[in-house]
Ligand binder design. Structure first.
Ligand code: SF4
Length: 683
């Protein structure tokens, strides 16, 4: 009865952060086709192999359809009433025994904005703690910190339409051809129509084939590279002096720092030839309309936030942000709603709209809406939650849509943390690595089965609509949060996702103009959007920056080496990343047709290293780091340089994140996924 025999539902892709608009065709309650919407504001009739064909996971026999409860060490099916009562009792017991801060929640991009809003409201209102975080901790938390410090807001500065008008693209630490294919195609089209292209990435990623210059810095040396580019911009007079005088601060300090980063020294630090560095700086600095696009190759480092800020320096120096000339600094978000998860305040230090929990005025506004006191002490970040669990200080953890045992670094220690926590609740589609260590597993709806909104990488709110019903007894994350709150005797008030977004707008002025009705009428609206009768701000900072003094802030952080370094025992550097047919831990994309397109994980390595370690193409290899061991298939080629190897994290059975370390960004705790010292051998 959920749907007639045939239905077409417009929704937003649940995979990467591009946010393609899709039309889902369903027959008799089953998805039969997914079509890219011709009028989608970002994709305009296009979609990639993930959004278009990865819907078979829905009907996988492995899909969870009933709640599971651990009894005598075994997860057994139970009814919802029993599962919810167990969760409510367990959370209440944890609070009674250890206080509100002994409970934590991890949310994710799989949850809609409205679900993320409800997760953080549940933790703050029902539990009374700020112990809530989301998967952006593992990817773009340095973007939020760095862009906020440089410009005032956490999101990218321009729309993708702006970026596509650039005549010089600086693409850094990103592989959009595989990870964000629709954007990758649009960037490539722009280059084929005449834009100049500088790619900075250790690997020969797809766009690098079309680059005017491809810079291949050693992993972990981004800050030195960006300082080298900035040095050339200053030395060659390619800066915008009027912009720097009127709209920026920090030039004297940066100028003094950059004296230490002449091209020859940067070449020594990074491995990038000095002439290539100079060419790249000239291309960017002399363009009429330059744009910067970057990915996790910038953020997932010990000094990821310094990397974002040093990259932003280039745009500030050239007056290429907040002006007609330039198209800013734009992070490519890897996941469908990782921007929105943070926007909604599923973070330990900020409420929805990024007001700090330490600010009494911000708390007072939230208390006015919620009617209860809001805790003023920042909560635990994800790595700190695991540390607290291992120390016996965390008594309950609710994980919503994040397979932390597969995707978080140093996975062996994550498993220890979950096993040490007395109550682990997991909202999941499948019996993931994390669900296998949970005490209660709640079966939930996927992006094809629920109602709400996502925010894509250019801050665009878009509607998510249920095209088909969830299987069996699965419910939305939204429903599970409401039900547990009610079982604990506290109503969350928001009866529907539309109510939740409306309430969020009352609490956070930057979302005050958004509503489901408006999105249904207009299709998409970017934030900030402060009133229902005003458009959202697509391009930011055209009048003033959102920093307290209204200026862009140049950063003068020195280059510091990465945390992990190769040595005689572990002579290779492992970089992890994404591949074209799969998404994150692969839980959805491996359970559908895409598995046939890309069936196994590989360790990419250079022929010189294959010869040095006597490895052959197609051979199974053991990869070892200081933290763990993984098994992969060797793929010999020249996509990596000698001394570097690459693999994805789409196949948890390989154990890739048992290799990665707990070294993390000094500002945000984002893991250093892009630099792990390893060795390889034939088993
Ligand atoms: Fe578009 Fe990304 Fe979905 Fe592909 S995965 S269809 S590029 S949103």
């Amino acid at each position: 009865a959920f749907h007639p025999v045939k239905a077409r539902t417009r929704t937003t892709c649940g995979y990467c952060g591009v946010g393609c608009t899709l039309d889902v065709i369903a027959h008799d309650g089953e998805v039969t086709a997914v079509l890219p919407a011709p009028d989608g504001p970002v994709n305009r009739g296009h979609a990639c192999v993930k959004g278009r064909f990865c819907h078979g996971f829905r009907t996988s026999p492995e899909r969870l359809t009933r709640p599971l409860l651990r009894r005598d060490g075994v997860l057994e099916p139970v009814g919802w009433d029993e599962a919810l009562a167990h969760v409510a009792r367990g959370l209440r017991a944890a609070v009674d025994a250890g206080g509100p801060d002994s409970v934590a929640a991890i949310s994710s991009a799989r949850a809609t904005n409205e679900e993320n809003y409800l997760v953080q409201k549940f933790m703050r209102v029902v539990i009374g703690t700020n112990n809530v975080d989301n998967c952006s901790r593992l990817c773009h938390s340095p973007s939020a910190a760095g862009l906020t410090a440089s410009f005032g807001l956490s999101g990218g500065t321009d729309t993708f339409d702006d970026v596509e008008r650039a005549d010089c693209l600086l693409v850094v630490g990103a592989n959009p051809v595989e990870a964000h294919p629709v954007v990758g195609a649009r960037l490539l089209r722009r280059v084929l129509r005449g834009a100049r292209l500088v790619v900075a990435d250790p690997r020969a990623v797809g766009l690098a084939l079309h680059a005017d210059v491809h810079l291949r810095p050693r992993p972990g040396t981004n800050v030195a590279l960006f300082h080298g580019l900035a040095h050339v911009l200053l030395a060659e007079g390619l800066t915008d002096e009027a912009f720097l005088r009127e709209r920026a601060t920090g030039l004297p300090e940066l100028t003094e720092l950059l004296a230490d980063y002449p091209p020859d020294r940067v070449a020594d630090l990074t491995g990038v030839p000095a002439p290539d560095l100079v060419t790249a700086a000239r291309l960017y600095g002399s363009a009429d309309h330059p744009a910067i696009v970057y990915g996790l190759g910038v953020t997932e480092h010990l000094h990821g936030t310094d990397g974002v800020r040093s990259l932003a320096n280039l745009a500030i120096l050239c007056g290429a942000v907040g002006t007609d000339r330039g198209h800013g600094v734009n992070p490519l978000r890897g996941q469908n709603n990782v921007q929105g998860a943070s926007d909604m305040g599923a973070l330990p230090d900020v409420l929805p709209g990024y007001g700090k929990v330490t600010d009494p005025a911000v708390r007072m506004r939230a208390e006015g809406v919620w009617g209860v006191p809001v805790p003023g002490r920042p909560g635990l970040r994800i790595p700190d939650m695991f540390a607290a669990a291992r120390a016996g200080d965390l008594r309950a953890l609710w994980v919503i849509g994040e397979d932390v045992c597969a995707t978080d670094p140093d996975a062996n220690r994550v498993v220890h943390a979950l096993d040490a926590c007395p109550l682990v609740v997991c909202n999941e589609l499948f019996l993931s690595e994390t669900a296998q260590h949970a005490d209660v597993v709640l079966p939930v709806a996927s992006w094809l089965e629920k109602d709400g909104t996502f925010v894509n990488f250019d801050r665009r709110f878009q509607r998510v609509r249920p095209a088909v019903p969830p299987p069996g007894q699965a419910r939305t994350d939204f429903d599970t949060l409401r039900a547990v709150a009610e079982a604990m005797g506290v109503g969350l008030v928001c009866a529907t996702p539309a109510d939740a977004l409306a309430e969020c707008g009352r609490l956070a002025p930057v979302f005050a103009g958004l509503s489901h009705d408006r999105l249904d009428r207009e299709g998409s609206v970017p934030w900030p959007c402060t009133s229902p009768d005003r458009p959202g701000e697509a391009k930011l900072y055209t009048e003033r920056f959102a920093t307290p003094d209204g200026r862009a802030h140049l950063a003068a952080a020195p280059y510091l080496p990465p945390g992990e370094r190769p040595d005689d025992d572990y002579p290779l550097v492992l970089i992890t990343g994404r591949r074209w047919a799969h998404y994150n831990s692969g839980s959805m994309t491996r359970r559908g047709d895409n598995l046939a397109l890309d069936p196994v994980d590989f360790l990419d390595l250079h022929p010189d290293d294959a010869g040095r370690y006597d490895l052959r193409d197609g051979e199974q290899v053991t990869v070892e780091s200081r933290h763990g061991r993984a098994r992969l298939i060797a793929r010999v080629g020249d996509q990596t340089t000698p001394g570097q190897v690459f693999c994805s994290f789409h196949f948890p059975a390989s154990g890739v994140n048992r290799l990665t370390s707990d070294v993390a960004d000094t500002v945000t705790s984002c893991p250093e996924y892009k630099v792990t010292a390893v060795r390889v051998a034939v088993p």
